[in-house]
Design a protein around this ligand. Sequence first.
Ligand SMILES: [Zn+2]
Length: 668
Amino acid sequence: MKKFRTDTIFFQICAALFLILPILVLGCGDGKEGSEASASSGDKRLIVIGFDGMDPVILDKLMSEGKLPNFKRLAETGGFKKLATSVPPQSPVAWSNFITGMNPGGHGIFDFIHRDPDTMFPYLSTSKTESANKTIKLGKWVIPLSSGKVSLLRQGKAFWEYLSENGIPATVFRVPANFPTVDGDAHQLSGMGTPDIQGTYGTFSYYTDEQRDKLDEISGGKIFKVKVKDNMVKSSLPGPVNTFKTDSPQSKVDFTVYVDPEYPVAKLDIEGNEVILKEGEWSDWIKIKYKMLPLIESVRGIARFYLKEIRPNFKLYVTPVNIDPSSPAMPISSPEDYSEDIAEEIGLYYTQGIPEDTKALSEDVLDDEEFLGQTDIVFNEELDMLDFELNRFKSGLLFFYIGRVDQLSHMFWRTMDKKHPAYKSGDGHRQVIENAYIEMDKVLGLVMNRMGENTTLIVLSDHGFAPFYRAFNLNTWLSDNDYITLTDDSEGEFFTNVDWSKTRAYGVGFNGLYLNLKGREQEGIVGPGEREKLLDELSDKLTSMRDPENGEPVISRVYRADEIYSGQHTKEAPDLIIGYNKGYRASWETVLGSFPKDILRDNTQKWSGDHLMEAELVPGIILSNKEIKSENPALYDLAPTILGDFGIPRQEGMIGDSIFTEKVSENR
Ligand SMILES: [Zn+2]
C-alpha cells in the first residue's frame, strides 16, 4: 500500500506540491513489510552492471590500446557485442525496454516528453504527481484533506517482480524509469526520474555580486544577486512550494555567509549549522529543514555548498536541494527504509535522478574543472554504494547503475572532436571521456574480484554516443512547410502560438512527430483517409532533406510507430519517430513546442555529444563472463536473459530471447 491518493495536475509544480503532503499522513502505517524473499535460489548469483551511454567504438578502441584490462578480460571470457538500443535511443525508453523485455508499444514510454492530446501540453513521461483535490481554507493556510500521490507511468511488469514471485532476492540500484519504485520484495533505490525537493529534475542555486547578463532566464538553476555588506552575505535557499498557504509561496531557509576580510575563507551559517569553507572548497551534505506549518514536522532536504570565489566577486554555488535519504519526503526506495539503511552505512548522498550538474556547467556557473569536481563527489558516493551493495549481496540478482560515462560524454565531446563547433584548441580536458572509461574499467575490476564463484556477470549500456554538431528545429521546419500554422511570428513556447485548426502535424519530445488527428487531438483536423498519405509524405520529405552547409542528410531514417512497436500502448505512440543522422539532433527549443527562426543551427554549447538519433547509429554494448550466443542481442532481450539465468521462462508480452541461447524468437 502506498500512502498517497487523489487526482491530477502538471509535473514539476505538482511534484513540489506532493513533497509536503506525506507529512500529514505520518504514521498511517505504510509498511516496512518488504522483507527479503523467503525462498532461496541457493547461492546462484547474477550481477548486471549498467554503464549508461557506453559506446562500442570507443570501448573497442580503448580495449585494443590496452587501457581497459578488465573489459578485455571479460570480453575474452564470454564475449563483447553491440547491443541494439531502443527506438528512439533515449535513456528512459531504453531502460524501460531493459526492465520489461518489451518495446515502447508494451511499456508505453516513447520519449522523455509526452504530450496530453487534450491540452497539447508537454509533460515528463515516466511519472505523474497528483495533488490533493480537496482542501479547507483556514486563514492563509490551505489544508489538504486527502494526501497526494505520485505514480510511475511505465507499464509492463519489471523483470524483478517475476524474480520476487519465484523467491529470488533482487536489488535494483538506480535503474532509470523506476520512480517511484514498483511495489514488491525487491530492494530498489530510484534513479533517473527522481526529483529534487522542488519537484524538478535538479535546480541549483547560485549567489553572486557579479554582473551577469541573464539573471533569471537560465535553465536548471536560479541565480541570486547578493551584496557583501559589513563582510556578510545574507540570502536564502529555496525549497518546495508551500501548498498550505493560499498563494502557494516557495518556502525558503535563510542563511548568512561571514566573509573573512583578509583571508580567502568564509563561514556559512544555515539553521544553526556552521561550516567554514575555503575558496574552492565543498561543504559536506548539510541537512535543511523547510517549515511548512507551525507545529508540524518540516520537509527535509540536503544540500552541499561550494565557495567558488570570495574576492573580487562573491560566488557561492549550492547543489539542488536533494530529498534527504535518511528522512525522505517522498518515497525514493523500496522498502522505504532502504534509502535510510544506505545513508546509515555510507552517509548522505545525492538522491536526485541525474546528479551530475550539467546545467551548472552549461550556464558557466561551474567551469570544467569545478564540474568535474562535482561529478567526482557523485562518483565517490557511487563507489561507496557499490561497496555497500557488494557487501550485502549473497544470492539472487544485483543490478547496479552508473551514469558517469553518459554525462561526461554529453559535456566533453567538444574537447576531443576537432569538427565540433565548440571545439577549442589547447583544451586541457581532452582525456575526460577516456578517463571515464578507465574509471569504469576499475569499477568492473572491483566487481570481478569480489563477485566470487558461481556468479554470472553481465555488463551493458543502453545506447552509445555520437557528436551533436547541429540542432534541427523540427517544428520550425513543419511551419515553413505549411504543416503548422502560427498565429504570430514569435518563437512561442508550448505551442501557444499555434493555430490548431490549420495544423496537420507537430513535433513533441526529442524524436516524436504526431499528426493532428481528428478524434485524438482536441482540435484534430487530419481524417483517417488522409493519414497514410500524410505519413508517407512527411517521411519522404524529412529523409530527403539536406543540410545546406554540407549536403549531408539531417534525418537518416523515419520510423512508423505502427510498424516498429507492438503491444497495447502502441496507439499512444507518436505517429513517426525521427531518426537523426549522426551529428544532428532535435534542438532544445523544438522539443517543447517553440519556433526559433532558423531550421538548423550550429551547436556551440558545452552539451556537445548526444545519442538522440537513429537507433542503428548509436548501439550500446554488452559483455558477459558467460558465452553470448545471440547474433544480434537487443536491450529487450535482457529481461528474458535474466529470468532464464534463474531458470524462469520468458513471460507473456516479452519480445526478446535470452542472449545465452542461439534461438531468435519470431516475436522480434
Ligand atoms: Zn544521455
